[in-house]
Ligand binder design. Structure first.
Ligand SMILES: [Zn+2]
Length: 392
């Protein structure tokens, strides 16, 4: 399709979208946040912003924020491509945690958890989720939620839960999840609206609209595989329903573009996030949810990028799971990783450990020697040399 035709069909599709959005502008209804707008002093909205300013100050010094300038400017760049004039008011914080989440506070603090980055296939998928969060921000859904909750219960609880969700939730298990999902979840109408805005923003920015439904489908499949899942804050506040997937698919159909025709941003995504994938996979493995991690590794392996690295983590999954037959599978995966070339030196150490356990002493020694050769100043070098002596 020629570019002009594409643009025309997008405009057509967007006018259809506008027609099915939730009616706005009823008396007393909130208007969209204008770029750079701040709430008037002594309003409930200003109070909400101040509470979030405190959470943001804590987040900055929490030690959980990824400070790498390249990754930050990459994600902030996507936000700016989506949010246009609102870009300057949105501050992105990449939080290192394997849990999957993105959130947007009313004051412009956006959190992107590394678990989300790890689970996205490409930039278009990430852009859809970020667009959805920008939708909540521009439509001032937090303020609406705050007012709804205040009518029903008390505002202090809401502020505490909000602070908990944004400030504490990322450090570990979410003990407040039950309170969180009942208090903090946006209404279905607001969720639908954020989906529509997110979708609209991704289309206007030129991203492939078919990717919006795809990320939900992948997450649904993964959730189904995780029987003993740790509670996910994102799923608690964003129920991944079939209805949501169907709606996003229908919206993508209306753009009259073929899947893959518009920008997936896959190369940019891999270039920007690739250097962090090993760290993100290590964090993921620590969750000890092997069924879900297996699905993730299958997706990564199918995508064809970094085959050695993916095989190494496949071996790690088997080694750490330790079910019957897993050691044999782990050895095969590490050997495949070594053959692929882009393997981290730790693959040789892990291979040595499994071979040592299997009493394949000569092969274990070879693997440990290779590890020390590649990492002469390894922190665990003394321990490995000790293993080598015992294996003689
Ligand atoms: Zn949402």
């Amino acid at each position: 399709m020629k570019l002009a035709t594409q643009v025309l069909s997008l405009i057509l599709a967007l006018s259809l979208l506008a027609g099915c959005a939730t009616p706005r502008g009823a008396p007393g209804a909130l208007t969209d946040l204008k770029p750079g707008e701040r709430p008037a002093l002594a309003t409930d909205e200003a109070g909400l912003w101040m509470a979030m300013d405190r959470v943001e100050a804590n987040l900055k010094t929490s030690g959980h924020v990824v400070t790498d300038p390249a990754l930050n400017s990459y994600v902030q760049g996507i936000v700016c491509r989506l949010a246009g004039p609102h870009c300057a008011s949105i501050r992105v914080y990449i939080v290192q945690t394997p849990h999957l989440n993105a959130s947007m506070a009313p004051n412009g603090m956006m959190q992107v958890w590394t678990g989300l980055i790890l689970h996205a296939d490409n930039e278009a998928q990430l852009a859809y989720v970020l667009g959805h969060e920008i939708g909540h921000y521009v439509r001032r859904h937090s303020v609406q939620l705050f007012r709804d909750v205040r009518l029903k219960s008390n505002a202090t609880l809401f502020l505490n839960v909000l602070a908990g969700a944004a400030g504490v939730g990322f450090v570990g298990p979410l003990i407040q999840l039950a309170a969180l999902s009942s208090v903090f979840a946006f209404s279905r109408d607001n969720e639908r609206e954020a989906d529509e805005v997110g979708f609209e923003l991704m289309v206007l920015a030129g991203y492939d609209p078919h990717e919006a439904a795809k990320i939900w489908e992948a997450l649904l499949a993964q959730r189904a595989a995780t029987k003993d899942s740790q509670p996910s804050i994102f799923f608690a506040t964003h129920p991944p329903t079939g209805e949501r997937v169907a709606t996003l698919k229908a919206l993508a159909e209306k753009t009259r573009t073929a899947p893959g025709e518009l920008d997936l941003g896959r190369e940019r995504f891999l270039a920007a996030t690739g250097p962090f994938r090993a760290t993100m996979l290590r964090d993921e493995l620590r969750l000890r949810r092997s069924a879900a991690t297996q699905l993730l590794l299958d997706r990564l392996a199918a995508s064809g990028s970094a085959p050695g690295e993916i095989q190494f983590f496949q071996g790690e999954l088997y080694r750490l799971r330790g079910e019957s037959g897993d050691d044999v599978k782990a050895i095969a995966a590490y050997e495949k990783a070594a053959a692929a070339g882009d393997v981290p030196p730790e693959a040789h150490r892990s291979l040595g450990l499994v071979l040592m356990k299997a009493r394949a002493n000569a092969r274990a020694r070879a693997a440990f020697f290779r590890y020390l050769e590649l990492r002469p100043d390894a922190q665990d070098g003394a321990m490995i040399r000790d293993y080598l002596k015992r294996l003689e």
